[in-house]
Design a protein around this ligand. Sequence first.
Ligand SMILES: *[C@@H]1O[C@H](CO)[C@@H](O)[C@H](O)[C@H]1NC(C)=O
Ligand SMILES: *[C@@H]1O[C@H](CO)[C@@H](O)[C@H](O)[C@H]1NC(C)=O
Ligand SMILES: CC(=O)N[C@H]1CO[C@H](CO)[C@@H](O)[C@@H]1O
Length: 521
Amino acid sequence: MRSSSGVAALGTVLASLLYLVQGATLGGSQNVEKVTFPPDFMFGVSTAAFQIEGGWNADGKGESMWDTYLHKHPEYTPDRSNGDVAADSYHKYKEDIEMIKELNVQYYRFSLSWPRILPHGTDNYINKAGAAYYRTLIEELKMANITPVVTLFHWDLPTPLMDLGGWSNRKMVDYFVDYARVAFDLYGDIVKIWTTMNEPHQHCYNGYGTNYFVPALESYGVGDYLCAHYMLLAHAEAYRLYNSEYKPHQQGNVGITLDAFWGEPKNSLNPDDVEAAERYTQMHLGLYAHPIFSKEGDYPDLVRQRIDRLSSLQNFTRSRLPSFTKEEILKLRGSADFFGINHYTTFLMSSSSMEKTWKVPSMDHDTGVKLEQNPNWSKPGADWFTVYPPGFRKLFNWIKREYGEKIPIIVTENGMCDFGGREDYRRIDYHNQYLYQMWLAIYEDDCNVIGYFAWTLMDDFEWTDGYTVKFGLYEVDFNSPERTRTKKLSAVNYSNIARTKQIDFGYFKRNFTENGLNNII
Ligand SMILES: *[C@@H]1O[C@H](CO)[C@@H](O)[C@H](O)[C@H]1NC(C)=O
Ligand SMILES: *[C@@H]1O[C@H](CO)[C@@H](O)[C@H](O)[C@H]1NC(C)=O
Ligand SMILES: CC(=O)N[C@H]1CO[C@H](CO)[C@@H](O)[C@@H]1O
């Protein structure tokens, strides 16, 4: 990780060089032929344990809540699938490493399966085979000159802990810190970049506040905030543990990965829509980011006031959003060395006090914002996913405005889903266009973005969508016991970007014309 001032200085030099390069028209008004990133910009690729590993009960692994839930509810996914085998990375990690090498990226972000290492969730018993799996993976990555970026929690909570209420139980803070300590002890000598949590917002909102994700608690407007509160506290405790006991000799960095859709006002001339979009981002990203990255700490005022007021109107004795103590506010404030952000898509936003699909209470009702898709934006795969590259740049600028330009931002996930196929020109275009918007954020807007991780290495288990949508740079044949991996065109092109640190739009346009694909963004 390098200092932000270094990035800014380098940025200025490169930006002035780049303006000398001859332009060619791209899409609309942008005039860019060569878009180059700093030589030490971090290019990587991301995965998550449950989505690729399989080996759900191999060598003493315990069950995660996703294993347990999907075995009980095969109807949860449209293809009645689960993560029992997935891409079988538990057995095929050597092939994964070959692919990562082929991609020319220097970083690989993956997550540890908590129940693979601690089958009961608690640290009284460590599964040696599970611990050894990650040790080998990390050592082989290092031998291949690939820096591991390790996520501690990417949603696969050990079932015994879910049975105690998961993140709605305050005790989870202790259990998470115990698990973090085990991970730092096992791998901290060779892992120098950690993220504690992946997308707590998606996890809490969809899993505790609705039934869209496991554990499907449907504790609308209550469980989602408990989950948020205790995940934040657990993150802070793990960060403080690392700082006091591990950082002095291990010298690594610890961050968190948050997520955000961009909220575009439905009508940018309507102040209500503009306010709605801002409110949405505060309620969904600010709720998690403000306690950690803001100067003053704690939940954003807007979030605190809105949920307090509605809770009181709804006759709750206390707010549905718990409060931090002074000590907790201090513990959380500044508890990250970098800001990990996952971003995929944008919605049009407008103000609404009630929609048919909302419950009262609920986070949707608390937020009071109606989300719609712009029919003009392409929808290449999953229903929730439309392509709007400028939203990416706007999101970086929002983060900079709210939390300043010092904190380094790492895009820990960005990528596109479709329904499969190796000639994935749309995915090439998605990465090119989103990378270009990120480049503008860096060079035109001085946003301190230092890394980009493509989601994802290969086709995987995509939560509610099962295996029906594809995000991979490599295709996986899920009908073959070998789970054969084959590179897509996007893998070739992403590997060129990672190698040259440059986007080649010229190539892209040629191929689009040859294939008769036009105007897909
Ligand atoms: C809250 O209590 C008041 C006074 O008892 C009552 O009029 C109102 O309907 C209650 N509100 C809800 C949402 O139950
Ligand atoms: C979609 O594009 C048409 C034609 O350019 C435009 O009139 C319309 O407002 C656009 N719709 C949205 C929601 O932006
Ligand atoms: C810029 C870039 O990476 N272009 C490559 C994309 O993939 C095609 C097909 O393999 C190559 O021919 C291009 O050179």
